[in-house]
Ligand binder design. Structure first.
Ligand SMILES: CC(C)(COP(=O)(O)OP(=O)(O)OC[C@H]1O[C@@H](n2cnc3c(N)ncnc32)[C@H](O)[C@@H]1OP(=O)(O)O)[C@@H](O)C(=O)NCCC(=O)NCCS
Length: 187
């Protein structure tokens, strides 16, 4: 169990904890709400929208996979409770394309909590977990037109890999690759 306590600007106690099966409905809800707000206009109008059922299935698979780490941050004093109200979440796994490296596969902070340092802290915890698992590098894919996400990663020291792009099939837009070296204190 990894638990990190930290004080917020608002001085409310907030904790990051490893997520389990009980968090799945809240993880799906958080991703759906955040993606609909953040990715407005990034997908073609006729692209299929994520569904709660699909997100529940994928988060269930992630929390059950020992190779995957899912962390969540909840407001208040009882973050392990399986209740709605997660403020953010992150998922990391071994990079399928680069053995020995890690990959961030999801990172969402609820829009009304953007700019409070939660994204940075979630990433720190997920990358520290990859370091413990022996990774010296990490990568991630981000939508090429997700300027907010790209600015965030660049601010935190991630670098664009100009040699790699992902041309999504069908209506999925272009994605670009960011990577960074990991140290024992990934910041
Ligand atoms: C990207 C995201 C996770 C950032 O979370 P956040 O909690 O708002 O970020 P933080 O408050 O931790 O910011 C960390 C640093 O990045 C900077 N940053 C954050 N968003 C930024 C932006 N849009 N432009 C420039 N810098 C930005 C912050 O200023 C901060 O730097 P500082 O500490 O030196 O001031 C959040 O906006 C989000 O969930 N977006 C939608 C989903 C998404 O795009 N996920 C990533 C791609 S998968």
């Amino acid at each position: 169990m990894v638990t990190v306590r930290f004080g917020m600007a608002s001085d409310r106690l907030t904790r990051i904890c490893r997520a389990g099966p009980g968090h799945v409905p809240a993880l799906a809800d958080l991703q759906l709400r955040t993606a609909l707000a953040a990715y407005d206009g990034l997908f073609p109008p006729d692209a299929p929208r994520p569904t709660v059922e699909g997100l529940v299935a994928s988060w269930s698979a992630m929390v059950a996979d020992p190779e995957v780490s899912v962390f969540a941050v909840a407001d208040g004093l009882d973050p392990d409770r399986a209740a709605p109200g997660l403020l953010g979440c992150v998922a990391a796994r071994p990079d399928p394309g680069s053995p020995g490296e890690g990959e961030i596969t999801r990172l969402y902070v609820r829009p009304d909590s953007w700019g409070r340092g939660l994204g940075r802290r979630l990433l720190d915890v997920a990358l520290a977990d990859r370091v413990v698992r022996g990774c010296g590098r990490a990568g991630l894919w981000v939508l090429a037109d997700n300027h907010q996400g790209r600015a965030f990663y660049e601010r935190l020291g991630w670098r664009l890999d100009p040699t790699r792009v992902l041309h999504g099939s069908g209506l999925r837009p272009l994605e670009v690759r960011y990577t960074r070296r990991l140290s024992h204190r990934p910041r």
